[in-house]
Design a binder for this molecule. Structure first.
Ligand code: FDM
Ligand code: MG
Length: 211
């Protein structure tokens, strides 16, 4: 029989190298092992035409103004919205590595206005939960160097981290903060518990939009 329960929309956020990919992949695998329909996605989605331009920008082979790249990151989310919505309504839980919060935080860290940055993302689907992996960027840097992409620099990561903290406070009703320096296993266990409860809580709720 067709189920009319929807999936949950779960987002992972945080600075570079805090373990978002590891934790989001592990959560997705765990849900699937339990027989729950789940799909892992990430933003930027580098597989689209817009995503390819973003990829070239991040790899430093393409220069774009702060405003233009900001709008492309947002457009990259918009171009995936109908498929995300269809999956959620069909009962598939979406685990998403980065979303509109990364969009705002990295652009504001470069000097753009926060309200201006938020505007293009208004109306996107709102996550049911954001799992924020928090780590002090100076401590992260001491574990080894960042990568070579455009934003992987300590100075910028410090600003990014402060801005994520700001969102975490402001959006505390659905943000959950975790200490990224806990062991992989501890984090996975805490995150899975919250996610599994969430699935039950949202199954009959309508999808919401970012306001
Ligand atoms: N990033 C990511 C942005 O600047 N804006 C966005 O909207 C998104 C989704 O892209 F430095 C930045 C964050 C990061 C870079 O992301 C690539 P991944 O997760 O490291 O691939
Ligand atoms: Mg990265």
């Amino acid at each position: 029989m067709e189920s009319n329960k929807r999936g949950a929309f779960i987002v992972f956020e945080g600075c570079d190298r805090v373990g978002k990919s590891t934790q989001s992949n592990q959560l997705c695998e765990r849900l699937k092992e339990k027989g729950i329909a789940a799909k892992k996605i990430n933003f930027p989605n580098r597989s689209t035409i817009i995503g390819d331009v973003i990829n070239r920008f991040l790899k430093n082979t393409q220069e774009l103004s702060h405003e233009v790249i900001h709008l492309l990151f947002s457009a990259n989310r918009w171009e995936c919205m109908s498929s995300i919505q269809a999956d959620l309504l069909a009962g598939t839980t979406i685990i998403c590595d980065r979303y509109a919060y990364s969009g705002v935080v990295y652009s504001v860290a470069k000097g753009l206005d926060l309200d201006w940055c938020w505007a293009p993302d208004l109306g996107l689907l709102k996550p049911d939960a954001v799992f924020y992996l928090k780590a002090n960027p100076d401590q992260l840097a001491s574990r080894g160097s960042f990568g070579n992409e455009r934003y992987e620099k300590l100075e910028l990561q410090r600003k990014v981290s402060d801005l994520f903290d700001h969102f975490n406070e402001k959006e505390s009703s659905y943000w959950h903060q975790f200490d990224a320096f806990e062991t992989e296993q501890e984090l996975h266990s805490k995150i899975s518990t919250i996610a599994e409860n969430l699935l039950l809580q949202v199954a009959d709720k309508p999808l919401e939009k970012l306001t």
